[in-house]
Design a protein around this ligand. Structure first.
Ligand SMILES: Cc1cc2nc3c(=O)[nH]c(=O)nc-3n(C[C@H](O)[C@H](O)[C@H](O)COP(=O)(O)OP(=O)(O)OC[C@H]3O[C@@H](n4cnc5c(N)ncnc54)[C@H](O)[C@@H]3O)c2cc1C
Length: 375
C-alpha cells in the first residue's frame, strides 16, 4: 500500500483527504481495465469516471489543482490509462473552463459527465516546443474562420468528440498571432490523417484540416490570445503531469518493496542488503521531494496566484525525471522479471517516458525556471 502520510501535509483540507479515500475505493473496484482494445477502453474509462462523479473535477468554474493532482496521482498509481482518460478531459477542456463563453461552457456538462471526449491540439509536425512556429492558419471569412493545417501527437485524436484547436490568425508575428477554437470532431474538412502507435499506447493521432469552417462563436477568448491562453492552461495542468508521474513512482516503490522483501538472495531477503536499502531510501526521498513540489504548485495556484509558471515547471520537471529514476530502480531490483512484458514495473517503465516530453519537454521546463530565476 502506497504511503498516504502526505495527506496530512498542510497543503490539504479535509475535503481532499475524503476525496482521496473515496477514489482509492473506486479504483480498487474498477481498475485496472483491459487495454487490448485501446479506443474502447478509453471510451469506457471516460464513461465510468463520469458515472463515478470524478470528471466533475476535470473542468468548470473553479478548478481545484490539488484535487486534479490527487485524482491523477491516485489513478496513475492504479492504471495509467485511467489517468490519461481523466487528464485529457481536463486538459482538453482547460481553455473552455478558464476562458470559454457561456455557449462553449455547455460542452463542459457533457465532458464532466463522461458523455463527450475532449482533446487539446497544439503540436504540429513542424512545431512542438516551438509554439511560435505554428503553421496552421485560421483565415477570416464571412461569419467565421477556415482552418488549414496539420496537428500531430494529439491525445484522444480519433476518439475525441471535440478539439481545442490552435491556429494562426496573424494579429502579430510568432506566438502573439495565434488563436484558440473549439472544433467538434464532425466538422467538415477535419480528418484523422494517421493513428500513431507509441511505446505506452494511448489513442493518439495526426489530424488534418482542409479549409475546415468554424463560426465566430467557436473562437475561445479574443483573436491573438491563443498563446497566452495555452500557457494559462498549462500552468494549471503541468503540476498534474507531475502528479501522474508521482503516482507511477509510488506504484514502482510499492512493487519494489514487495519484491525485495519476498525475493531471497544469499539466504536472506534482498531487503536485508544495505545496497538495496540505499536504493529504497533514494526512491522514497525522490517521491517525497516530488510530492512537495507538486502540491506546493497546486496549493499556490489554489490560493489564487494568477500565474504559477515557475512552480508548475519545477513540479513537472522534477516529478517526471524523478519518477523515471524511481521506476528504473524498481526495474533493476526486479532483475530479469523487470523487463518482462506483463510485469507492472515494465509497464511503468514505458508509461513514464512520454511525460518528460509532452506539455513542455524537460529542457523547456528548465528554460522556464531559469527565466524566472534570472528575471
Ligand atoms: C504520448 C504523447 C502525447 C502527446 N499529446 C499531445 C496532445 O494531446 N496535444 C498536443 O498538442 N501535443 C501533444 N504531444 C506533443 C508534445 O507536446 C510534443 O511532442 C512536445 O511538445 C515536444 O515537441 P516535439 O515533439 O516537436 O519536439 P521538439 O520541439 O523537436 O523538441 C525535441 C527536443 O529538443 C529539446 N528542445 C526543444 N526546444 C528546446 C529549447 N528551447 N531549449 C532546449 N532544448 C529544447 C528537448 O529536449 C525536446 O525534447 C504529445 C506527445 C506525446 C509523445
Amino acid at each position: 500500500m502506497a504511503d498516504r502520510t502526505f495527506l496530512d501535509w498542510p497543503f490539504f483540507e479535509d475535503r481532499h483527504r475524503a476525496l482521496a479515500e473515496a477514489l482509492e475505493g473506486w479504483c480498487d473496484t474498477n481498475l485496472p481495465v483491459d487495454h487490448s482494445d485501446l479506443d474502447a477502453a478509453c471510451r469506457d474509462l471516460v464513461a465510468a469516471l463520469g458515472q463515478g462523479g470524478w470528471l466533475t473535477h476535470s473542468g468548470g468554474d473553479n478548478l481545484d489543482v490539488r484535487t486534479l493532482c490527487l485524482i491523477r496521482e491516485t489513478l496513475a498509481r492504479h492504471d495509467a490509462l485511467a489517468d490519461f482518460a481523466f487528464a485529457m478531459q481536463g486538459l482538453g477542456m482547460g481553455a473552455v473552463s478558464l476562458f470559454g463563453s457561456d455557449a462553449q461552457r455547455e460542452w463542459l456538462e457533457r465532458t464532466r459527465a463522461g458523455e463527450a471526449i475532449s482533446a487539446f491540439a497544439l503540436t504540429e509536425p513542424g512545431s512542438g516546443s516551438d509554439v511560435a512556429n505554428t503553421a496552421t492558419t485560421a483565415e477570416r471569412v464571412e461569419g467565421g474562420y477556415r482552418l488549414t493545417g496539420e496537428k500531430t501527437y494529439i491525445s484522444n485524436g480519433g476518439i475525441a468528440d471535440l478539439y481545442v484547436m490552435f491556429a494562426r490568425t496573424g494579429e502579430a508575428p510568432g506566438a502573439k498571432g495565434l488563436s484558440a477554437f473549439l472544433m467538434p470532431a464532425d466538422t467538415e474538412g477535419l480528418s484523422v490523417a494517421e493513428r500513431i502507435d507509441v511505446i505506452a499506447p494511448h489513442p493518439l493521432a495526426r489530424l488534418r484540416m482542409e479549409g475546415a469552417f468554424l463560426p465566430d462563436e467557436a473562437l475561445i477568448g479574443k483573436p491573438g490570445d491563443g498563446f497566452k491562453l495555452a500557457m494559462s492552461v498549462l500552468d494549471v495542468f503541468r503540476p498534474t503531469v507531475g502528479a501522474a508521474a508521482l503516482g507511477m513512482a509510488r506504484r514502482a516503490l510499492d512493487e519494489a518493496m514487495a519484491r525485495v522483501t519476498e525475493r531471497q538472495v544469499q539466504g536472506a531477503p534482498l531487503a536485508s542488503l544495505q545496497l538495496v536499502q540505499g536504493h529504497i531510501a533514494d526512491m522514497a526521498l525522490k517521491i517525497d521531494a516530488a510530492a512537495l513540489l507538486v502540491y506546493r504548485a497546486a496549493w499556490t495556484k489554489d490560493q489564487g496566484a494568477p500565474r504559477v509558471s515557475r512552480e508548475a515547471a519545477m513540479a513537472k520537471l522534477y516529478a517526471t525525471e524523478a519518477a523515471q529514476e524511481v521506476i528504473d530502480a524498481a526495474v533493476q531490483l526486479h532483475g530479469g522479471d523487470g523487463v518482462r512484458h506483463g510485469e507492472k514495473v515494465e509497464e511503468l517503465y514505458r508509461e513514464i517516458r512520454a511525460l518528460r516530453i509532452y506539455e513542455g519537454a524537460s529542457d523547456v521546463q528548465r528554460l522556464v525556471i531559469a527565466r524566472s530565476v534570472l528575471g
